[in-house]
Design a protein around this ligand. Sequence first.
Ligand code: DQA
Length: 142
Amino acid sequence: RKILVLNGPNLNLLGTREPDIYGYDTLDDIAARMEDVAARAHVEIDFRQSNHEGHLIDWLHEAQAEGMHAVILNAGAFTHTSIALLDAMKAIKVPVIEVHLSNPHTREEFRHKSYIGMGAKGTIAGFGPMSYMLALEAALDL
Ligand code: DQA
């Protein structure tokens, strides 16, 4: 079984980007923690990041074509803008779990709306890197 973990725009800067909000862990740190847990469950993690909306869409299609078990998606700011990402999530049968490091509902009004949430199996937000670990636990249980 393979679980695809997709990270959207600006998440490559994790560790130095607004650490008061996002913490000091890098994306590589998060990937390593996930791979550790997944290996013990004999599951493969495919961990990716892109600043480009189209790449994320192509990768969602790929998850379907390759018969992946689940997708864990932190779409970054595309969460609040992208109908195209939502449509891609709805176009595939692979369950997608939406994650956020921060809790968007405690932040600016424009972060309160998630377009992609409508296409998600469920959403985990507000627990920092632990959001990803909780999403992994949920994905393993699907
Ligand atoms: C984020 C929340 C989004 O509002 C923001 O644009 C991000 C990161 C999070 O993980 O908390 O880039 O998805």
